[in-house]
Design a binder for this molecule. Structure first.
Ligand SMILES: O=C(O)CCC(=O)C(=O)O
Length: 271
């Protein structure tokens, strides 16, 4: 099964130099990694509480399901379910627990291994908690996050954290292993740069899809060029998934672009 070696059971979150090198090679090959039971449960619980409170209090800034206009999205903000929250934006300004997580030394050490030192966390992209609502949610097609971001290099890595179970029924992410290094022609993509799932020439690649089913505390890392998708939530429980993106010292947002509109957090260096 493709990508199976990318599953890393963690007995101890502090990674040895050998483990870090193995993960670096796996990430370079597959464009994603799943680290089982990596995030400390105290931070997982703290992020869950913060997300739950902010969702209940509808604390701005927010993105609504109606804003994305994906299959399943309510037609407009004024139609039924139109004000369903899809993302709690600017997570790092919501509660200190999110900063504690992105600055957590074993995570920073891994990111330094993958990206170089120091690691930068742009505040303009991701930096959010995805909140997948059971009644009104949508299908996100196969896409690369980098398609609307503007950086001088394509090297960015997103860290997606499960605060609870993420599985096929509640819309876990699926990834296409190795797609971060593949070239695509314009005709393989639609006008919004989603990979067209109906085209014959995309079928072989789509068969390699891996579902990133996660438990609370599991962490999925994926490259900004790795194609990924997710369905809507078919259960009766909201799914909360914090996601942050990172780049290394050789990369930066293109000046004047939307990616440069916000500052970046520089993560404390780990030796
Ligand atoms: O959970 C989902 O629907 C996927 C979200 C996603 O990939 C994105 O918004 O970039």
């Amino acid at each position: 099964m493709p990508g199976i070696k990318t599953e890393v059971p963690m007995t101890n979150s502090v990674l040895s130099p050998d483990q870090l090198e193995t993960l670096r090679l796996q990430f370079e090959k597959d464009g994603y990694l799943i680290l089982r039971q990596f995030a400390p449960m105290s931070l997982v619980e703290g992020m869950k509480q913060a997300a739950f409170d902010d969702l209940r209090n509808r604390r701005e800034p927010l993105e609504y399901e109606a804003d994305v206009q994906y299959p399943g999205s309510p037609e407009s903000r004024n139609s039924e379910g139109g004000k369903t929250i899809r993302r709690l934006r600017q997570a790092l300004s919501r509660d200190p627990v999110f900063r504690q997580w992105v600055c957590w030394p074993p995570l920073v050490k891994l990111l330094q291994t993958l990206l170089g030192t120091p690691v930068f966390c742009p505040l303009a992209h991701h930096n959010c908690v995805m909140t997948k609502n059971p009644r009104f949610s949508s299908d996100t097609g196969w896409h690369r996050d980098l398609r609307f971001w503007r950086f001088i290099q394509p090297e960015l890595i997103s860290v997606w954290t499960a605060l609870d179970r993420e599985h096929l029924q509640n819309g876990c992410l699926h990834v296409l292993p190795g797609s971060h290094r593949m070239q695509f022609t314009e005709d393989q993509l639609d006008e919004r740069l989603f990979l067209d799932p109906d085209l014959p020439q995309n079928q072989a690649l789509l068969k390699t899809s891996v579902a990133a089913e996660l438990q609370a505390g599991d962490v999925l890392l994926f490259h900004a060029q790795t194609f990924h998708q997710a369905t809507r939530n078919y259960t009766d429980k909201t799914k909360y998934s914090p996601v942050f993106t990172f780049h290394g010292p050789q990369n930066s947002p293109v000046p004047g672009s939307r990616s440069a509109e916000y500052p970046e957090l520089i993560l404390p260096v780990q030796d």
